[in-house]
Design a protein around this ligand. Sequence first.
Ligand SMILES: [Zn+2]
Length: 267
Amino acid sequence: MTFRHSLSTARWLAALAAGAGLCVCASAWALNVDQLAEPDRRTLEAILQDLEPVIKPKQQDGSAVLLSWDKLYAPLNQDQRAFLDAFRKLRGASLGATSHYFGEAGDSADLVPVGSETVLKDGVVTPLDPQYLPRPVFEASSRMMEAMTEELGRRLLVESGYRAPAYQLYLFLFYLPKHGYSIKETNRFVALPGHSEHGYPPGQAIDFINEAGINGEDHPEVFEALPEYEWLQAHAREFGFVLSYPRNNPQGTAFEPWHWHYEPPGQ
Ligand SMILES: [Zn+2]
């Protein structure tokens, strides 16, 4: 009787999971985090091939950052889905990284488009990729930039806002072959899903860029020297924004003067 009961429960769970686009797998996929085994590399290559027609158009129209788990899993078979599930179970801390696990809270966030923005770099007007932010973060950031413009006559733009954990996983998989199929090595450059402040709406991160296209990516000290950065240091806290990775931060992450996360007062 107990067996019958557990069997039907398992079936019910499997049906539920299938409806939600998830996979209930008989056994967890064992990943070699130092270097993927040959069969796993083939699985990965097949997944990247199957996903390309889904992801490419979304990258082109700027909607890839909103990718849902359902859309990511849809073109894949059971085995491929189990492979993805194994990556979602990985934690940076167990890979020798200091990255924090925030979770996959993104799917239910009320995301709003930032609107079209352009930078004027070396006399050329360049549009930024479309970005999205959780509504309270967008509103706080807009208020902050109004104040900055009023006091400084300059403002910052959103170069990177929300990035769905499903798209974060795709990016991780995409860069894996370029880092010798090593999960540990890839993790030094690309966050695992659930490990990025860009995919965590309650503490949403924004990467700022100034109107002249300076984002500090190659030379953080150039961004650090901007009056806009000095203004942020003096006033961002009033609007609920905190610098995530100052110099010599305890997480051991590189100094990122452009990366600020939302942390409203009292939180
Ligand atoms: Zn960032």
